[in-house]
Ligand binder design. Structure first.
Ligand code: ATR
Length: 283
């Protein structure tokens, strides 16, 4: 019997747009590894069976993207603190006893901002727009990176309350109503973690939440980030950054977990940026 090839993949629905196969192929080439990394489209109800089939066919590691990041928690035999705190999994590692779940989204965002963009996040009064999977994924890492107070708003306010409660730092993390944003003053750091741009929807954001010092970051990239980043520029934010760098950094952190080697992310990031990829969804 021939030796089974180790396989890696991203599972999502939809997933055809994913840049992850391209990114992991570039990393593998850089460090001289030969590996197979596919994009696999699976509906939520079929994820467990698909992961089992993948493991049986040599699957050693996987990334998860929409809509699987939160539901996959229940399928894991073990979880990292990062995944548990985020309540979401974007990286799976095959162990003997099953899948071990981790989350590299938060560290990916923080590395993109602090290393690639050389920004200091410490002490920044921060506004997080959204309280879904993406917001859950990044909030713990932002707190760990030393931001100041964190204010969370969400269209359905009960989810902002739930995320604030889950983060467990009542003196530092606050939920607010979207309609009260205009009275909250300016923030040093605003993160768009909503999926509004992916749905081509606009958000009602008062200019008063931004000031000349404000860093604005959209976790999406391509077409989905255009609306929020245009708002940030017209609100005179100091910087407006999309999620392409975070995408490459979260992939590098997953790659390191699986292969024990840290790729150089900058050339891969620059290649993707040069392609000027205009895509409508996340990773
Ligand atoms: P993701 O994994 O990308 O976070 P999600 O878990 O479905 O996807 O969360 C989507 C987030 O975008 C939610 O915070 C959602 O707000 P609600 O919880 O109120 O639905 C937010 N969102 C989506 N469309 C929006 C819009 N047009 N305006 C404001 N927020 C929006």
């Amino acid at each position: 019997m021939s030796q089974q090839q180790s396989r890696y993949a991203v599972f999502g629905h939809p997933v055809a747009h994913s840049l992850s196969p391209r990114i992991h192929a570039a990393f593998a080439k850089q460090v001289g590894l030969s590996l197979r990394y596919d994009a696999i489209d699976v509906e939520p109800a079929d994820l467990q069976a698909a992961l089992a089939a993948f493991a049986a066919d040599g699957g050693r590691g996987a990334n998860l993207t929409l809509p699987h990041k939160q539901s996959a928690l229940a399928l894991c035999a073990g979880l990292s603190d990062r995944a548990r705190n985020a309540g979401a999994v974007n990286t799976l590692v095959r162990h003997e006893g099953g899948w071990f779940g981790d989350n590299t989204d938060g560290i990916g965002l923080v590395r993109d901002l602090t290393e690639r963009n050389a920004l200091d996040l410490r002490g920044r009064r921060t506004l997080l727009l959204g309280a879904g999977g993406a917001a859950h994924g990044v909030a713990p890492a932002l707190l760990e990176a030393g931001i100041g107070d964190l204010f969370i708003v969400n269209r359905h306010p009960e989810k902002a309350d739930a995320l604030a409660d889950a983060l467990g730092q009542p003196g530092r993390v606050h939920s607010r109503y979207w309609n009260d944003l205009a009275t909250q003053g300016a923030f040093d750091f605003i993160i768009n973690a909503t999926s509004a741009g992916r749905g081509h929807e606009t958000m009602d954001l008062p200019f008063g939440i931004a000031a000349g010092r404000t860093l604005a970051v959209d976790l999406s990239y391509g077409e989905a980030a255009i609306g929020f980043l245009a708002w940030a520029r017209s609100a005179n934010c100091a910087q407006a950054i999309d999620g392409l760098g975070m995408l490459v950094e979260q992939a590098a952190a997953s790659f390191e977990i699986w292969h024990g080697q840290r790729p150089d992310t900058q050339p891969v990031y620059l290649d993707l940026r040069a392609l000027d990829v205009v895509l409508s969804t996340g990773d």
